[in-house]
Design a protein around this ligand. Structure first.
Ligand SMILES: Cc1ncc(C[n+]2csc(CCOP(=O)(O)OP(=O)(O)O)c2C)c(N)n1
Ligand SMILES: [Mg+2]
Length: 370
């Protein structure tokens, strides 16, 4: 007779043990005080100021993009305010030779990586000139298909590895994106091939109107790394120093041949999902908005820098003015770009046009020359 002794199965405990290990990594608290001294990254005073400059600039770019959209001068705009630490501080840990595979909200990172601002504006308008990315700027067009950039990143990272380059491919998606099949395929493949990839999930708590707790039963998104056999890190995405340190660490391991990392940045978008018309008051409470605004990355970092004597109102105002001037010049340059023709759109798709597109191209060429 078979033994009636119960096997000591406890898969629930296994899960709990895994989940409790995913603690949120933080260096600066909401008051800009260092709470994790040993983790403070080695950045010079100038670098700290530069990081702040870029976050302030990004906030202004967001505000101006929203108003340009309202004036009908921009097309697609996905607001970024609240996500500056997740976006700018993660980018700050990269090098020029690294590749960025952005989602639609990640325009600031690709602009800081070298995409001229007027081209980002043209992209917003759906103009083909927007994504003719200059030589040497390692950026792919922002992905609209949720999560697709994760699979592409595994491929780009494998390519980097095969060429023996000391660089990484970094990609961004959202909490919603982490539910897509592409998310799992990307992290799994990169893990299997130890490809130098950094997978960032900017968990801004909502996928349009769907809250994070309806997205997954998992306690954290970072723990999804466990199934792919890669390191996962949960980070305070409103803390620029923590985000910077986590990405820097992931980058170092990646270029040392140790493979990819999944990083979840806990953050919030203050604005709507996009400027296409969703109303956040229909799916968020003002209490929740207020709670997150207290964690603001720029306020927090300003306090930190002021305490070190590295920041002033004057300095910040100069940056704001500079950003506004740059944006004005960039929108003018976008306006001055010749209007897109149908043949521009057709001819940009292939190096050599297939037969049917050649026919269409000829047809439109004739129309456009009238
Ligand atoms: C494959 C696919 N499904 C659905 C959509 C429609 N869609 C656009 S944005 C979005 C929500 C994404 O949320 P999240 O990943 O959290 O990113 P966030 O916008 O919050 O930055 C959805 C479902 C899409 N673009 N692609
Ligand atoms: Mg989201």
């Amino acid at each position: 007779m078979a033994s009636t002794k119960k096997a000591p199965l406890d898969p629930k405990k296994t899960l709990e043990k895994i989940e409790e290990q995913f603690e949120m990594f933080q260096i600066l608290n909401e008051n800009g005080e260092v709470v994790n001294e040993s983790a403070v990254p080695d950045l010079s005073d100038e670098e700290l100021q530069e990081l702040m400059r870029r976050m302030v600039y990004s906030r202004i770019l967001d505000q101006r993009s929203i108003s340009l959209n309202r004036q009908g001068r921009l097309g697609f705009v996905a607001p970024t305010a609240g996500q500056e630490a997740s976006q700018i501080a993660s980018h700050f840990a990269l090098e020029k030779e690294d590749f960025i595979l952005p989602g639609y909200r990640d325009v600031p990172q690709i602009v800081w990586h070298g995409l001229p601002l007027y081209q980002a504006f043209l992209w917003s308008r759906g103009h083909v000139e927007g994504m003719k990315i200059p030589e040497g700027v390692n950026v792919l067009p922002p992905q609209i298909i949720i999560g697709a950039q994760y699979v592409q990143t595994a491929g780009v990272a494998l390519g980097i590895k095969k060429r023996g380059k000391k660089a990484v491919a970094i990609t961004y998606t959202g909490d919603g994106g982490s539910s897509q099949g592409d998310f799992y395929e990307g992290i799994n493949f990169a893990g299997a091939f130890k490809a130098p990839a950094i997978f960032v999930v900017q968990n801004n708590q909502f996928a349009i109107s769907t809250p994070r707790d309806k997205q997954t039963a998992a306690k954290t998104i970072a723990q999804k790394a466990v199934a792919a056999g890669i390191p996962g890190q949960l980070v305070d995405g409103m803390d620029p120093l923590a985000v910077y340190a986590a990405v820097k660490d992931a980058r170092e391991r990646a270029i040392n041949g140790e493979g990819p990392t999944l990083i979840e940045t806990m953050c919030y978008r203050y604005g709507p999902h996009t400027m296409a018309g969703d109303d956040p008051t229909r799916y968020r409470t003002s209490e929740l908005d207020n709670e997150w605004e207290k964690k603001d990355p720029i306020v927090r970092f300003r306090k930190f820098l002021e305490n070190k004597g590295l920041w002033s109102e004057e300095k910040e105002n100069e940056i704001i003015e500079q950003a506004k001037e740059d944006i004005k010049a960039a929108i003018k340059k976008a306006d001055d770009t010749p209007k897109q023709k149908v043949t521009d759109l057709i001819s940009v798709m292939f190096e050599e046009l297939p037969h049917n597109l050649q026919e269409q191209n000829e047809l439109y060429k004739a129309k456009e020359s009238k």
